[in-house]
Design a protein around this ligand. Structure first.
Ligand SMILES: Nc1nc2c(c(=O)[nH]1)N[C@H]1C(S)=C(S)[C@@H](COP(=O)(O)O)O[C@H]1N2
Ligand SMILES: [Mo]
Length: 375
């Protein structure tokens, strides 16, 4: 890929594919194992609020805590902090592929597969913040509330972005994070503090935290009743509230492929609340499969790199397909279940490629004056 003097891709102008106020990470560029903060996808329902960190406080409220707590950033940072490598992925990541692969376009941001990133998040476990506020045994959920403007759509004010988190997950591995890859959270990613809910739909990881409402009864928000549910035409299961993300895999750009010449194919795979067990590659459109080699770190709710050497025997069009199986035994299906909002596209992705004729064969065959094939 050609770069300009600031080491940015010259064609698109920057590191992203743009969708209105949302931006998607480009997979046609080398994506490092940790997504740099300035290349990390952004999904904002409205826009980042301007927060004065001196006066900012995180409130812990509700009948699920015996005493209300108010944390400044310095107070949060005084707790024992922890750093974890975890993915953050939008529920609608891959929505465009419902159209491309299944002929079933779905409304909403037409994400390719770049609404995911992996970062090292530093913060304090949510359970620490809740317990310190006197968490009661009978608390059932916590509702994190963002400080961004209320979300208004078609004249309806849905209030601030918020989504209930069941207590079991809240007490397990959810994090109140203030650092992303060793830097303070950028404005787009939730400065000064956000939730990170590993392996769950991105909407669970509320940005620009202002309040944690802890309750002993179930309280809903439009973000778990109206949106982020599986429903509608083609959906045959329960009207399910979405939580854990399914396994997915991707193939990097392959470079030139040539008959009789070995190429090392590479890509990545990930899954929510699981590690990746196997990534398989098919070079014949899914008829037969070969196991690839996983390389590098393989953390749960993060991603792992895979590679596989392939020597195509024939020139011409081929369809490469990858599919991941995770440590929970979930394997990417041939078709993703249809649903009205185009959530959770997790079918195996098809990559049509053209294998060039062998330059070796054509020169040995001695076709005078014939230039080597290019693709
Ligand atoms: N307060 C608030 N939190 C939010 C959102 C938002 O618009 N407002 N968007 C959510 C969605 S849909 C996703 S996918 C992730 C995106 O996080 P990122 O923009 O840091 O990549 O944040 C979630 N948290
Ligand atoms: Mo999202």
């Amino acid at each position: 890929m050609l770069r300009d003097h600031r080491d940015r891709p010259v064609d698109g102008g920057d590191w992203f594919l743009h969708h209105g106020t949302d931006v998607e990470t480009r997979w046609d560029e080398d994506v490092p194992h940790l997504t740099p903060n300035d290349r990390f996808f952004v999904r904002n329902h409205t826009r980042p609020p301007v927060v004065d960190v001196e006066t900012w406080r995180l409130l812990v409220t509700g009948d699920g805590v015996s005493g209300e707590a108010t944390y400044s950033l310095a107070e949060l940072q005084a707790f024992t902090s922890t750093t974890v490598e975890r993915a953050l992925e939008c529920t609608g990541n891959g929505r465009k592929l419902f159209a491309d692969q299944q002929g079933a376009a779905r409304p909403g941001t037409q994400w390719g597969l770049g609404a995911i990133g992996v970062a090292r998040w530093t913060g304090v476990p949510l359970r620490t913040g809740l317990r310190h506020a006197g968490l009661r045994d009978d608390a059932v959920q916590v509702m994190p509330v963002g400080l961004d403007d209320p979300f208004v759509e078609d004249g309806v004010d849905h209030g601030r972005v918020r989504r209930p988190l069941p207590m079991a997950k809240a007490l397990d591995d959810a994090l109140i994070a203030w650092e992303m890859n060793g830097e303070p959270l950028p404005a787009d990613h939730g400065f000064p503090a956000r939730l990170i809910v590993p392996g769950w739909v991105g909407i669970a990881s509320i940005k620009w935290l202002g309040e944690l409402r802890v309750t002993t009864s179930v309280v809903d928000s439009p973000w778990n009743t109206t949106w982020y549910r599986m429903h509608g035409e083609g959906w045959s299961g329960d009207d399910a509230v979405l939580d854990v993300m399914p396994p997915k895999s991707i193939l990097d750009v392959t470079g030139r492929l040539e008959a009789g010449r070995m190429s090392v194919l590479r890509g990545r795979a990930w899954s929510g609340e699981a590690t990746v067990s196997v990534v398989e590659l098919s070079t014949d459109g899914g008829a037969t499969w070969q196991e690839t080699t996983l390389t590098g770190p393989n953390e749960p709710s993060s991603w792992v790199e895979w590679e596989h050497a392939w020597t195509p025997s024939q020139a011409g069009p081929h369809e490469l397909v990858t599919r991941a199986t995770d440590s929970r035994g979930r394997r990417q299906p041939v078709q993703a279940p249809l649903n009205d909002d185009g959530y959770l596209f997790w079918a195996a992705i098809r990559h049509p490629v053209t294998v060039a004729e062998s330059s070796l064969v054509s020169s040995r065959a001695g076709t005078p004056g014939r230039p080597p094939p290019v693709d």
